[in-house]
Design a binder for this molecule. Structure first.
Ligand code: PBG
Length: 342
């Protein structure tokens, strides 16, 4: 038997036990708010959206519940809602009529193509809303690849020449941010020179510098209609998911070539890459919460396995914590609404 009170009351022996209580600052909402290290606001979001030809046309994307392809008239309205929610920019992706697709992706450089018409219409209605356009041939290419194929291989330099033209027609239409997502070598420098020579020195470049050959793009390929056509995979140009130091080399090159912003893609499975890029280069770093991440989240919500609102906001805050300055996410509008309504 022991009369030592320390056995049942350690505080008597060790003084205050434990002296450090991490939970003190978690106890009340006001201290939690005071010490929060990272925040998410609508300012951090870019809304990626899909555009299709037609009028009053609205098509659901089966593998992305809640995401629709919209005709330009409806997209102009939807972009206005995003703007009113405080979202700084939208990213446009076209779902192109298969009849316009060609092995050389020539429709990509047509100044009257779907993307260019959408850019002009959105800019006219909402001059203060930023517009980001993808540069890559896959929505326009009959074999679904981001560049031109010769003998089943996407050729680099010939593709880059077409991408420069694609970037210029998009800039002429009023696009603010050119976002090459093709992963060809040297395309950032070539596009920068092309834009500058055409008088678009203020058009920004956001390079998908660390873009992985990922299984998480499947639903996007449904949305733009490039998936069925895709011959093979994109492993000869997109990065190997096994690699991380290689991402730093890709980013270093794109910054040297004139990229203003860097994108890491996919997002949640690649938070370590976001962190390394941000710590190494301290440049504006964006993350793309891609279609497959969105599909997973919504599928779990649909089954009643996750709480939608909490999971959406937590997934986005995690990008901020990892070091992302902004996030492209299909949840942009719902997240902005959730934050507005508290
Ligand atoms: C194509 C492109 C892709 C995405 C954005 N631009 C798909 C791909 O590389 O096959 C994917 C986005 C998403 O999955 O949400 N250049």
């Amino acid at each position: 038997m022991s009369s030592d009170p320390g056995i049942s009351r350690p505080t008597a022996v060790f003084g205050s036990f434990p002296r450090v209580r991490m939970r003190r600052l978690r106890r009340d909402d006001w201290t939690r708010r005071l010490v929060a290290e990272n925040r998410l606001t609508a300012d951090d979001l870019i809304w990626p959206c899909f555009v299709v030809d037609g009028e009053q046309e609205r098509q659901e994307v089966a593998s992305m519940p809640g995401v629709e392809r919209l005709s330009i008239d409806l997209l102009v309205e939807a972009a206005g809602e995003a703007k009113d929610l405080g979202i700084p920019a939208v990213a446009l992706f076209p779902s192109v009529d298969p009849a316009l697709k060609h092995p050389d992706g020539r429709e990509a450089t047509n100044p009257e193509n779907l993307v260019c018409r959408a850019v002009r219409a959105i800019k006219e209605a909402h001059p203060d809303l930023g517009i980001v356009c993808d540069v890559a041939l896959d929505p326009f290419n009959s074999d679904g690849h981001d560049g031109i194929c010769r003998n089943n291989y996407v050729v680099n330099d010939e593709t880059v020449a077409v991408l420069v033209k694609q970037a210029i027609v998009q800039a002429q239409a009023g696009c603010d941010v050119i976002a090459p997502s093709d992963m060809m070598d040297g395309r950032i420098g070539a596009i920068r020179d092309g834009l500058d020579a055409a008088g678009f020195e203020d058009v920004r470049i956001c390079s998908y510098a660390a873009k992985y050959a990922s299984a998480f793009y499947g639903p996007f390929r449904d949305a733009v209609g490039s998936g069925g056509a895709l011959k093979g995979d994109k492993k000869t140009y997109q990065m190997d998911p096994a690699n991380s130091a290689e991402a730093l080399r890709e980013v270093a090159l794109d910054l040297q070539e004139g990229a203003d912003m860097i994108m890491v893609k996919p997002g949640m499975p690649y938070l370590d890459i976001i962190r390394r890029v941000k710590e190494t280069f301290a440049v504006p770093t964006l993350a793309y919460q891609v279609s497959g991440e969105y599909a997973m989240l919504k599928a779990a919500v649909h089954n009643g396995w996750l709480n939608n609102d909490a999971a959406v906001l937590e997934s986005l805050l995690a990008f901020r914590r990892a070091g992302a300055d902004a996030i492209l996410t299909y949840t942009a509008k719902e997240a902005a609404r959730l934050m507005r309504d508290g």
